[in-house]
Design a protein around this ligand. Sequence first.
Ligand code: C5P
Length: 232
Amino acid sequence: MGKDVIVACDFANAKQTYEFLDKFTDKKPFVKIGMELFYAEGPAIVREIKKRGHKIFLDLKLHDIPNTVKKSMAVLSNLDVDICNLHAGGTIPMMEAAIEGLTRADGTRPLLIAVTQLTSTDQESMERDLLIHEKIDEVVIHYAKNAKKAGLDGVVCSPLEAGKVHESCGKDFLAITPGVRFADGEIGDQKRVMTPKQAREIGSDYIVVGRPITASADPVKAYQRCVDEFID
Ligand code: C5P
């Protein structure tokens, strides 16, 4: 899969999601389904969106003992999603078990991406609550290297970290980056943002874009603007 724009479908239910997706009559965007929508609607929404012709990044961020993660990943793999993710904090054996669970009988599997330290965790909370005293940037890169060792395909990271991730883990190791805003758009609650064009220049492989598209008066036009800036 090449570079693409992934639309974060952060809607509360299926009705709102389909109303949004119905606007895309031409190209069907790659979409991200997160915990809120998945817990509200269950696997049926994944099947329906897949049937409508979208690729799916199922953002459930698994983190449990290896056996549980392995079995759960097998279930998600059967849903035929394109990208799944987990917390690298679950350690290498958990990540290896996830790959085993995801791999289908024919050897194919969805891409598997790790969350390193959440962007809501800062140096202070990491030291205070997790007793991790290294620099947070180094922790992020260390977790990315662990993910690579375990056989994963990439990490979710800030666009500002994408270059460093490629330097440390190779250019084929994917950097999927949220925190994208148009130069003339609202930043909202995101702190460190980049435009789609800057994300392209810095080497993001996929950008995850929510409100600049979903809250736009013309979502199809906003999506196309992202694609034009990021890919074309
Ligand atoms: O609306 P917005 O463009 O801010 O949406 C970004 C999406 O990426 C949301 O689904 C958010 O949960 C997700 N995300 C993020 N920052 C991270 C990880 C995920 O914004 N570090």
